[in-house]
Design a protein around this ligand. Structure first.
Ligand SMILES: [Zn+2]
Length: 271
C-alpha cells in the first residue's frame, strides 16, 4: 500500500477506530463482546468510541485488550507506526518514528517494542488476543488419593490458554510453577490482552508480563477451564455442548502422549 493510499484510508481517528472495530468484531460490530467479561451485551455511547457492558457494567473501547491498550497515543499514530515499520525495508528507529509522529522518543520506543513483539510472535503462529483465559489441569494417571487438580499424584500437568473465538491451546508442562505458566501465557497471549485466571498464586504477577489480569472465581459459571471441571466446558459463557468431556479428554491425552513440550491447537465447534 502506498503512503498516499494509506492516508486516504485512514485520514482521521474515526476511520482508524471504525477499521479496527470491523477487524475485531466483524461488520457493524456483529460479534462485539466485552473484553472484561466476554458478554455479548454492550452499548455504544454517543461519542461513538466508548462502549458499556450490559452485564459487568464496565466501559471499554475497541483498544482494550489489544496491543494498543494502556496507550495515550491515538490509534491513527499507531497505524502509521505499523505502516512505517513494515513498509520501510529496514524498519524504523524510535528517533525517526518520534519525529514522524510528533511524539516523544519514549512513546515511540514503547510502540516499536509492542509492534516488533507482535510481528515476531505472529510469525510463529497466531497469538490469542483480546480476552483469554489461562489455567492448568492434570490428566491421566491413577488417582486414588482423593486429590484433584494441582498436586494430584501421578498425573501430567497441562497448561491451557483459551480465547473467546474458541481457540484453545494446551501444552504439557513439567510442573505448574509460575515460570512455567508465564511462558505459556507469553508464548500464546497477545501483548496487552486481558488474561483471566483463577486465584492460583503463580498467576499473581501476570500484570508484570504486560497483560491486564483479571481473576475469576471458579465457583462462578463463567469460568472456562477449571480444576473442578478439568476440561473446557464453557468459554466466557458460551457452552460448547458438542464437545463432551470424554472426547476432550481423549483429545488432550492423544496430543499429550509424548509428554515433551507437545503443543496442539484446536478450534472448538460452535466458535
Ligand atoms: Zn462485561
Amino acid at each position: 500500500m502506498s503512503l498516499f493510499a494509506f492516508q486516504q484510508q485512514f485520514p482521521d481517528e474515526a476511520s482508524c477506530l471504525a477499521f479496527m472495530e470491523t477487524q475485531r468484531w466483524g461488520e457493524n460490530g456483529a460479534n462485539r463482546y466485552c473484553p472484561h467479561c466476554g458478554s455479548l451485551k454492550s452499548y455504544r455511547f454517543a461519542d461513538d468510541k466508548l462502549f458499556k457492558c450490559g452485564d459487568c457494567r464496565k466501559k471499554f473501547t475497541v483498544k482494550v485488550g489489544t496491543m494498543f491498550s494502556d496507550s495515550h497515543v491515538p490509534l491513527q499514530k499507531w497505524l502509521y507506526a505499523i505502516y512505517l515499520n513494515t513498509s520501510l525495508k529496514k524498519g524504523i528507529s524510535s528517533i525517526q518514528l518520534a519525529k514522524y509522529l510528533g511524539i516523544t522518543e519514549k512513546s515511540a520506543w514503547f510502540m516499536l517494542q509492542r509492534i516488533r513483539y507482535s510481528v515476531e510472535k505472529a510469525g510463529r503462529g497466531d497469538l490469542l488476543g483480546n480476552s483469554v483465559e489461562a489455567d492448568e489441569t492434570y490428566v491421566g494417571g491413577k488417582r486414588h488419593d482423593g486429590m484433584r487438580g494441582r498436586g494430584a499424584s501421578g498425573k501430567t500437568p497441562v497448561g491451557s490458554i483459551a480465547e473467546r473465538k474458541g481457540v484453545i491451546r494446551r501444552e504439557v508442562t513439567e510442573n505448574t510453577k509460575a515460570v512455567t505458566l508465564d511462558k505459556i501465557i507469553t508464548d500464546h497471549g497477545e501483548p496487552g490482552a486481558t488474561v483471566m485466571t483463577d486465584e492460583y498464586r503463580p498467576y499473581s504477577h501476570v500484570t508484570k508480563l504486560g497483560y491486564t489480569h483479571r481473576r475469576v472465581n471458579h465457583g462462578k459459571k463463567d469460568c472456562v477451564i477449571g480444576k473442578t471441571t478439568p476440561l473446557l466446558v464453557k468459554v466466557h459463557g458460551v457452552t460448547y455442548s458438542s464437545v463432551s468431556k470424554l472426547s476432550t479428554l481423549a483429545f488432550v491425552q492423544s496430543t499429550c502422549k509424548s509428554s515433551a513440550q507437545n503443543m496442539s491447537t484446536a478450534t472448538l465447534p460452535g466458535s
